[in-house]
Design a protein around this ligand. Structure first.
Ligand SMILES: *Cc1c(COP(=O)(O)O)cnc(C)c1O
Length: 369
């Protein structure tokens, strides 16, 4: 029995080690550590990859959302709609912008917000929507934009994903990325970015990440000290050209799960028409999720439940749902029943078959009882 881990970042990085070392040493030799040439070059390269006019590097994906919302005009006391089924930072960043997160439900198949679930959460105080490309699957951002509010696309999990001819991270009025090590495009520490086609938004974001100043002398806004690190930018410049190949590997693994018939035993992710997910995670559902995880673990297969406590039930969010706790049945079910299976650019067909067989064995045993 060979163990199959949930992620595998080592194998993909091994052939790049020498070039990574070289690029980090080049930064040390140059001695420019803050907003130097590597950050400028990476911003241009990521903008070109995404097909957007501007990318601005920031310190992490959470700051990217807070700064992005500030740039979109979100002010203290405004409401911002956000799914309750996502990583905590998507909502925390709204609160840190001074606004009120208002939680909406998601679709059971795509696990993403829809125009309907967002519309149900809108009030006259709503000023923006945070749409998360959850698990690497693009949210229906074009439909959300028709609701008439600015949409921030949280693409932290979706680097390399596509919707039609466009890249995830180019769909919203503004989009945000995280380069946390385990993301599809991850650096060797913290990092993040904001992408937009809007010249004025980009200019504002650039000022906000540097204490609200454009020239380091006059301070126009109360901003942030939130910059992408020069060393991390140098690393990301080596990794970005690999992203499409890595996503192809993840797509092959997702196909292998389906070819092994996994959908006969667990609920599988629904891919919207025209979408090509980046498969950050391959997440299935089963009513006995924790028992499935334990059963896989006993066979050396690592699996994990995500966001077991959805955001509208998190202690820190209590003040924001104090009036009426929203009823979000799909979120509650998904948070209880989801199981992330092993997924990586190098997950082999045989590994996918072995995981699917272990899932089938568990589901069959449960069904017979
Ligand atoms: C990882 C993540 C973030 C936060 O990114 P950090 O770089 O860790 O701050 C935000 N939203 C989602 C959906 C994420 O997965």
């Amino acid at each position: 029995m060979t163990a199959i881990s949930l992620f595998d970042t080592e194998t993909t990085l091994t052939p790049l080690r020498a070039r990574l070392r070289e690029s980090v040493l080049a930064v040390l030799d140059r001695g420019r550590y803050i907003l130097g040439p590597e950050v400028t070059a990476f911003e241009a390269e990521l903008a070109e990859y995404l097909g957007v006019r501007h990318v601005v590097g920031v310190a992490n994906g959470t700051d990217a959302i807070t700064i992005g919302l500030r740039a979109l005009g979100v002010r203290s006391g405004d409401e911002v709609v956000v799914p309750a089924f996502t990583f905590y930072a998507s909502a925390e960043a709204i609160a840190n912008a001074g606004a009120v997160p208002v939680f909406c439900d998601v679709d059971a198949g795509t696990r993403n917000v829809t125009a309907e679930t967002v519309r149900a959460a809108l009030t006259p105080r709503s000023t923006a929507v945070v749409a998360v490309d959850l698990f690497g699957c693009p949210a229906p951002v074009p439909e959300l934009r028709e609701l008439g509010l600015p949409v921030l696309e949280d693409a932290a999990q979706a680097a390399g994903a596509r919707l039609g001819a466009r890249m995830a991270g180019s769909l919203g009025d503004l989009a945000t990325f995280s380069f946390y090590p385990s993301k599809n495009l991850g650096c060797f520490g913290d990092g993040g970015a904001i992408a937009t086609d809007d010249d004025e938004l980009a200019e504002l974001v650039r000022a906000l990440r540097f204490h609200g100043s454009r020239d380091k002398r006059d301070f126009q806004y109360v901003g942030y000290n939130s910059r992408l690190d020069e060393v991390q930018a140098a690393i990301l410049r080596v990794l970005l050209p690999e992203l499409d190949g890595w996503c192809d590997g993840r797509r092959a693994a997702a196909r292998a799960y389906l070819e092994a018939g996994i959908e006969h035993h667990v609920g599988v992710p629904v891919v919207p028409a025209g979408a090509d997910p980046g498969w950050h995670l391959y997440v299935v559902t089963h009513p006995r999720a924790e028992a499935l995880i334990a059963s896989l673990g006993a066979q050396g297969i690592e699996a994990r439940g995500y966001y077991r406590t959805p955001l509208h039930r998190q202690p820190a969010m209590a003040p924001y749902v104090a009036g009426v706790r929203p009823s979000l049945p799909v979120t509650d079910e998904l948070s209880a029943q989801n199981v992330a299976l092993p997924m990586s650019p190098v997950l082999s067909g045989e590994q996918a078959v072995a995981v699917a067989a272990a899932v089938a064995e568990f589901a069959g045993a449960v069904a017979q009882r």
